[in-house]
Design a protein around this ligand. Structure first.
Ligand SMILES: [Zn+2]
Length: 389
């Protein structure tokens, strides 16, 4: 609220209007209406017909908005302070027909007058996701897409942990997590969703607790089981995007075949020692995992991830690149890593990108790949044969 002294100085240069008088000005269509707040405030709620001009830009932009210094210009902000200062600034530039809204948009809303708000989000959500909705590429529309998305994380381990945290923070509405493991002390060096006091707890439960504390908007669906030929089609059917944090080749092939059959995009990453790689497989739009790796490595060549060493931050780097892919796919922005394999080598800090093409002879997504009948769904060769335990 302006003090009496301030009001007196203001009256020299510009009028102070109450909400009803301000509304008449806005509806007359004769006045240039300026909102002198910051973009995230404007995005939450503003008066229809107003132009956003943050305080720092008022002097620079007034020429374009009101070239004639006799033009009626009315201003508002949150509570009336910034709009008063801006009006004084304009008076100093020679503007003679100025008014501002006393008490700001707070007083306006107290009177029950209408504001423009993003539809489909609560006031809390508008605040929480304002740094997303401020991005023109995302906006309210993109955020709503994320809030309505269902993403499945296969594994709540090294890759799944950072991916889950950032996807939860970003407001992915449903996160399914499948993992049959419990938190082990040796996980904590990289599986940042788990904590020391939750050693021994099922990983899905530990992840759910952490996500609930971070963002109550996110619904977590726990699957305390291993992904297998028996359950994979049922589990993935519900989801829009799958995050592959699988640590063995048989499961990776199983996931690939099932996701191609159900046409589910998979963001796949792997890490070992100081190296990581990531690609996004969107069935029939780009190659699948089998186009890239037609056969699994022989057992003696396949590392067993449980025993192999890995730099902890590699999990974070590759897991967040996965989360980045998921955001793009769910919000419908950017260019996902379809047909591209991104390699990262951490000791030298080198990224390398390789083009990957669909294999016309791919047994799963190739031109002559057999049609899959409903009876064949869920039937897979014995992948355990490939596995090096
Ligand atoms: Zn393929």
């Amino acid at each position: 609220m302006a003090s009496p002294t301030e009001t007196q100085t203001h009256t020299e240069a510009f009028e102070e209007l109450d909400p009803a008088a301000f509304q008449r000005e806005v509806e007359s269509g004769d006045a240039v209406v300026l909102d002198t707040r910051e973009p995230h405030e404007y995005a939450e709620a503003h008066i229809k017909g107003s132009e956003l001009v943050p305080p720092a830009e008022v002097s620079a932009r007034i020429d374009e908005l009101a070239p004639d210094t006799g033009q009626r210009v009315v201003l508002y902000c949150r509570s009336g302070n910034r709009s008063g200062t801006a009006a004084e600034e304009l008076a100093g530039l020679g503007y003679t027909n100025l008014a501002h809204l006393g008490g700001g948009i707070l007083a306006w809303q107290e009177q029950g007058l209408p504001v423009v708000e993003p539809e489909g989000m609560t006031a809390e959500q508008r605040m929480r996701y304002s740094r997303h909705t401020l991005l023109p590429e995302v906006g309210v529309e993109g955020q709503l897409k994320m809030l309505n998305s269902k993403v499945l994380l296969i594994g709540a381990g090294g890759l799944g942990s950072p991916a889950a945290l950032y996807l939860a923070a970003a407001g992915i509405g449903t996160l399914g997590i499948i993992d049959d493991d419990v938190v082990d002390e040796s996980n904590l060096q990289r599986q940042v969703i788990h904590t020391t006091d939750r050693v021994g707890m099922p990983k899905t439960e530990s992840a759910r607790l952490q996500i609930a504390a971070l963002n109550p908007d996110v619904e977590v669906v726990e699957y305390r089981e291993r992904i297998s030929a028996e359950n994979i089609l049922d589990v993935i059917a519900d989801y829009d995007v799958i995050v592959d944090g699988v640590d063995n080749f048989p499961t990776r092939y199983l996931l690939n075949d099932a996701s191609v059959r159900l046409r589910k995009p998979v963001v796949s990453a792997s890490i070992l020692a100081f190296d990581g790689q990531i690609s996004t497989f969107v069935p029939f739009e780009g190659p699948c995992y089998r186009c890239l790796y037609p056969t699994p490595p022989p057992p003696e060549m396949a590392p067993s991830c449980g025993a192999a060493g890995v730099l902890g931050v590699m999990a974070g780097l590759m897991g967040l690149l996965q989360a980045n892919e998921v955001i793009k796919l769910t919000a419908g922005i950017g260019e996902p890593l379809i047909g591209r394999l991104l390699l990262y080598e951490s000791l030298g800090t080198h990224f390398t990108e390789l083009k990957v093409r669909r294999d016309p002879d791919c047994p799963i997504c190739g031109e002559n790949a057999p049609e899959i009948s409903p009876e064949e769904m869920g039937k897979f060769p014995d992948y355990e044969l490939f596995c090096s335990r």
